[in-house]
Structure formats: structure tokens, C-alpha cells
Design a binder for this molecule. Structure first.
Ligand SMILES: [Zn+2]
Length: 147
């Protein structure tokens, strides 16, 4: 996925003004797909995604002119409530944090395989479904490693 964002500028403004942590470049299409707010409020971009759990900001404009918070999204954001069993870890193939926590090691592996098969079949739409705008597999793999 890295090459997909290679064209986006790495600005000093990549720091979230609310939590002062680094944001991750996200496409304008992702912001539009995930917002519950009027898309009249969306600028041409670029936008960044703030993954900090304790920060309410999900997307902020690189020029810091505006931002969108968790209550303005159509989905709950995994990074903001990473221990909530009902939040999606995989937004495309519908696996929750609780599904993964409750699963046996073998079932966790089966969930990862399910996601990988879906990706290979071109059935994922991470840029439109996952608030981070990128594949969930890294998140799911690290969840699957936890107790
Ligand atoms: Zn933040």
C-alpha cells in the first residue's frame, strides 16, 4: 500500500494539532467515504489520519484549516477503541476485535487466511471501508498475537 501514497506530500503539518502525534497520509476518497458529515465540508486535501487512541481527531487537513472527529464518522475507528470487542478490526470482511480475541489460535489463523484470500480475490475496499484508508492485515496480525 505504501506506493499508493507515495505521491502525497510529507509536510511538517503531518502532526495532529490535538495530540501532537504523527498523522498518516490518507486519500480524500477515504475521508469522503467514512464521513457522516456533509461532504461540502471536505476540501481538496491532502488529509491525514490520526491513529492516537486518546485523541478524538480522526482526519485533519494538512494545512490545519479543519479536522473531523470520531463522532463525525460513519464507522467507529479501530485505533480509537482498540480494546472494544465490538469494533471492526477488519472492515472489509467483518471481523471484530472480539472475534479475534475469542478465537483459538487455529481460528485466528483462519481469520487471517480469510482476509488474505479476500485481498487476493480483489474483494477488499480498504480505502472506502477502513477509516485508516489502508489494509487491516497488520492490525489483525498483531491482535492475533495477543492473549
Ligand atoms: Zn490526534
Amino acid at each position: 500500500m505504501a506506493e499508493m501514497y507515495a505521491g502525497l506530500p510529507q509536510l511538517p503539518a503531518a502532526i495532529c494539532a490535538s495530540c501532537h502525534h504523527q498523522g498518516k497520509a490518507v486519500s480524500g476518497q477515504t475521508v469522503k467515504a467514512l464521513l457522516a458529515a456533509s461532504l461540502r465540508e471536505v476540501a481538496d486535501g491532502p488529509y491525514l489520519f490520526c491513529p492516537t487512541p486518546t485523541c478524538r481527531v480522526v482526519y485533519f487537513a494538512a494545512d490545519h484549516s479543519h479536522h473531523f472527529t470520531t463522532d463525525q464518522l460513519r464507522e467507529r475507528v479501530y485505533q480509537k477503541v482498540p480494546t472494544d470487542p465490538t469494533v471492526w478490526a477488519c472492515y472489509c470482511f467483518r471481523h471484530t476485535v472480539g472475534d479475534i480475541h475469542m478465537a483459538t489460535l487455529a481460528d485466528r489463523q483462519a481469520i487471517i487466511v480469510d482476509i488474505m484470500v479476500g485481498i487476493q480475490a480483489g474483494q477488499c475496499a480498504c480505502d472506502l471501508r477502513n477509516p485508516q484508508g489502508a489494509c487491516c492485515l497488520g492490525n489483525v496480525r498483531s491482535l492475533a498475537k495477543h492473549e
